[in-house]
Design a protein around this ligand. Structure first.
Ligand code: URA
Length: 255
């Protein structure tokens, strides 16, 4: 079952995700990787009879059960096959695991998901002062697949600028020659579509650090006052409110 989640509300929608590709793990490792407790604590949970495998109370932390057969306090495991989430990132949250940069986008997730290994991480980053569509996953192969410029996944942003757009800006963005300070390669061709005198839609197929802001600064000396990502490949936010997320199927990524 997929779900829209916002604050504490959980609204069911359609099916769940995909194959895991995850290897067979010891029970104690499986539970600690899914964020339940430490491997040492699994022994206490076993002694307390909280864990069952195929309907029988489990006692061996070294057993290697099928995750689908495991129950904790009578409940199936929490997403043993991995997490893939689409979040509407609000302004003011950082895409980092460093608590010194809090508040973090991961603060929006249930505490158990924040304890998973591999970590749930963002697919690329949005700046603290950028809002909009952000993918989160603990499936490391997906992060690489979706962020590699080789795969040319288009990302669309809406930007509000501090001045009127110069007439020739779309041509400069599309040229493939725009250089950003400190970058060895020029930006790949990008599409700029004016939405108003000081508003534009920008489509990028790469994700350099602060790329949209730096492109406007380099090409027009313009500052971006507001930036919002509206889509990532085939995905859009639809009616997902800021701070809310929903689970995605792998098929929705259109890979
Ligand atoms: N470009 C930026 O400048 N910031 C973002 O967050 C994303 C793209």
């Amino acid at each position: 079952m997929r779900a829209f989640v916002c604050g504490l509300t959980l609204l069911p929608v359609q099916e769940n995700i995909h194959d895991s590709g995850m290897s067979v793990r010891r029970l104690d490792q499986l539970l600690s990787n899914l964020g339940y407790c430490s491997r040492r604590e699994v022994r206490d949970w076993l002694k307390a009879g909280r864990i069952a495998i195929a309907g029988k109370t489990a006692d061996d932390p070294g057993s290697k059960p099928s995750p689908a057969a495991v129950r904790v306090d009578g409940e199936p495991l929490d997403h043993p096959e991995g997490l893939l989430l689409l979040l509407n990132k609000p302004l003011g949250l950082t895409c980092s695991h460093d608590l010194r940069e809090a508040p973090l986008v991961y603060d929006l997730l249930p505490p158990r998901w924040r304890e998973r290994n591999p970590l749930v991480t963002s697919v690329g980053r949005l700046d603290k002062e950028t809002s909009g569509l952000l993918l989160l996953t603990d499936r490391t192969e997906l992060v690489h697949r979706l962020t590699s410029p080789k795969h040319k996944v288009p990302k669309i942003y809406h930007a509000t600028l501090d001045r009127d757009l110069p007439a020739e800006l779309a041509e400069v963005f599309a040229s493939g020659t725009l250089r950003l300070e400190g970058e060895p390669e020029p930006c790949a061709p990008a599409i700029l579509r004016p939405l108003g005198p000081r508003m534009a839609e920008v489509t990028l197929i790469e994700g350099k650090y602060h790329q949209v802001r730096r492109m406007f600064a380099a090409a027009a000396g313009a500052a971006v006052l507001a930036l919002h990502r509206v889509s990532f490949g085939p995905l859009t936010l639809c009616d997902l409110a800021p701070g809310c997320y929903r689970e995605l199927t792998i098929e929705e990524l259109g890979l």
